[in-house]
Design a protein around this ligand. Sequence first.
Ligand code: TYD
Length: 138
Amino acid sequence: MQVIKYAFQQHGDERGQLVALEEFKDIPFKIKRVYYMYDTAQGVTRGYHAHKSLQQILICIHGSCKIRLDNGKEKKIVTLEKPYEGLYVSNVMWREMFDFSSDAVLMVLASELYDESDYIRDYDEFLKFVNSKDGVKE
Ligand code: TYD
């Protein structure tokens, strides 16, 4: 499994750092939605779902957290701990977010509006979805 982690351009000077993200330039899709998680309770794991179509970029803009990615065949754990790092999470990818530092702010840039019908929240259903996709010639 290929993990795509961006290191966004930092516009730093003596005043500090600034990162700017533009759709189709820094982000490989049109950004239709932004949401973020903070005040995450210690020991909590969030996510436990995949999406049929949605693509996302995860940025831990403060603090740190870990992301478990699972494409149904392979699993990888990625640490996000810099405000200029972005993890690309494709569609059909099971994700779990954990090990949040108490000051963590995890921001998500999403390619689609919120749509519950795009979620796969059952792991066995996710594996069936992956296997059914394998049968489809691209
Ligand atoms: P949830 O899907 O449980 O978050 P995660 O699984 O990623 O930890 O979302 C928590 C709540 O927020 C749930 O009631 C749905 C709502 N929500 C929105 O209204 N819009 C959104 O864009 C997202 C991501 C969640």
